[in-house]
Design a protein around this ligand. Structure first.
Ligand code: ZN
Ligand code: FE
Length: 247
């Protein structure tokens, strides 16, 4: 399996998941960059996987369905029920597994950013959409703070070597914020230095890795006693998310 990030719009990432010359695309914000990427990779695009229904993740579906022979458009059962992913053909629920080119792909429901948010996990790769970013998390639009914190707690139980492929390139800003939460955490300084030079050189900061996220991402560390400082986990998460909203 090969994963190819496809930058879209100003800071979105779509991803090609390639198996034996056949590709799925995760969260195509727009069709054109994806069409260029499949041409360049010499692969056939056959599936579209959506983490949630926001326009900056589904905007390319229409154009890809027109241009390619798409066999499946996958998204959550919730988004299917609310008809909010164009051309969706498969409705996925928590714990379900499907096969893509011989690889098992597991679905995790991770509501909070939206109520229909799901993650795709396959061969040590996590496609986390706008729920888990490198060193950050998405805004809580449709769910509750408790729901979002539980979804992130679910993701952090994945293996330490899990590669994190997220929906946006927000890493440098996220790490600057993380530093305000934990000014004395040297892992954040190191990650910030690396991310800053990566961006200066025009490189992506994806994939992240779960072990580093556990040490640097305040939204996975909300219940660490050094951060919670006596607050209950949800109150701690709510305070950090609130501070990030106005950072
Ligand atoms: Zn979103
Ligand atoms: Fe987004």
């Amino acid at each position: 399996m090969k994963i190819i990030p496809v930058p879209c719009l100003s800071d979105n990432y779509a991803y090609l998941v390639v198996q034996d010359g056949r590709a799925a695309v995760v969260d195509p914000s727009e069709a054109d960059p994806v069409l260029v990427a499949i041409e360049k990779a010499g692969v056939e695009l056959v599936e579209i996987w959506l983490t949630h229904h926001h326009w900056d993740h589904v905007g390319g579906i229409e154009g890809l369905v027109d241009e390619c022979r798409i066999e499946a458009v996958r998204g959550s059962a919730y988004d299917h029920k609310h008809s909010r992913i164009p051309h969706q053909t498969v409705a996925l629920s928590d714990g379900e597994t499907f096969e893509f080119g011989g690889a098992a792909v597991d679905i995790m429901e991770i509501p909070g950013h939206t109520l229909g948010a799901i993650a795709y996990v396959t061969e040590g790769n996590l496609f986390s959409g706008d729920t888990l970013f490198i060193a950050g998390c998405g805004r809580v639009f449709e769910g509750t703070m408790e729901m979002m914190s539980q979804s992130l707690a679910k993701l952090r139980d994945l293996p330490l070597t899990t590669q994190v492929w997220c929906g946006h390139e927000y890493t440098v800003n996220n790490l600057r914020f993380a530093k305000t939460v934990e000014p004395d955490n040297p892992d954040i300084d190191l990650a910030l230095a690396e991310a800053t030079s990566a961006r200066a050189e025009g490189r992506h900061t994806v994939p992240g890795r779960m072990d580093r996220e556990l040490g640097t991402n305040p939204f996975l560390r909300f219940d660490d006693p050094r951060i919670a400082r006596g607050r209950d986990p949800v109150a701690s998460f709510t305070a950090i998310r609130g501070a990030k909203d106005s950072f």
